[in-house]
Write a protein that binds this ligand. Sequence first.
Ligand code: TYM
Length: 332
Amino acid sequence: MDEKKTLYSAIQPTNNLTIGNYAGAISNWLKLQDDYNCYFAIADMHAITVRQTPAELRQKTLATLALYIACGVDPQKCCLYIQSHVPAHAELCWVLNTFTYVGEMERMTQFKDKSARHAENVNMGLMDYPVLMAADILLYRAQYVPVGEDQRQHLEIARDIAQRFNNIYSPTFTVPEGLFLKVGAKINDLQDPAKKMSKSAENPNGSIFLNDGKDAVIRKFKRAVTDSGAEVKYDPVNKPGVSNLLSIYSIFAKKSIEEAEAEFAGMGYGEFKLAVGETVADSLAPIQAEQAKLLADVQYLNTVLKNGAETAARTAAKTLYKVHKKIGFYQI
Ligand code: TYM
């Protein structure tokens, strides 16, 4: 048996992924994949909590897998799979629902936000979303969950549910910990630096999508909102726009914030924004080319998914069996 600790994370295949998803999640996965036993899922069951177009969901699911690999996530080292291919997620979610209170779910910030944005479709799945996420993590007995800042509350509830279950029965679940990057855990909207950059932002100029071409990337960075003053300095409270751009640069140029500040010292905002745009566009180009190459080989991607689902299902079945036994489900 390998002694590595287990790491779990997932991304919803909704819309196109942004540099926020890359910065907060994927860039951290890349650093950790050698040292942990990693499961990285494509959370299609979470995606349907908001109405999706079926053909598009199918396409985005495969595109997300191709993107993971194109970014450098290695299917030889990590288990990559689609959430709906492992039925244990839904099964454990059902059990965990009976250990979760409606009040807790109603208090979730993301539930409140999404309910407001999709007032015509406040479905049970939207409310249950954090419990499914807890099931994802707990099935694999993951110690660590590398995610962006916006998932902190969901991770807290996963910990609460695990502890609650363990206290009622006996230690069953590993209580997971979030891994948040110091820089990159919250990339903000280029047009409104008070808001998180999102896949589903109303103003597409605020988000850089991983499939944006060079022209679009440069244009969006040129238009990015900066702050008063003229100094390129990291100060998230007083200079949220500039600090956000410095964070983005730091991730893509693989430099510290201090190094970035030094590089741009004395430079005007216009020149600075252009430099950040160039760096991001140049980093995205090879990823996009590799993604396109991978998407042309569906057979290979399907093999990765088939192997991934088999590996994931094996681990998940063991946890689910233990849980069913503890709660008193009759076993033959
Ligand atoms: P999702 O698909 O919204 O986002 C995927 C990952 O990207 C991070 N992220 C950001 N990080 C920095 N700045 C941003 N602007 C930004 N926007 C998004 C998110 O924090 C996340 O890490 N519920 C999850 C998917 C999920 C999951 C799980 C994650 C399902 N099951 C189990 C971990 C463990 C979600 O919707 O992520």
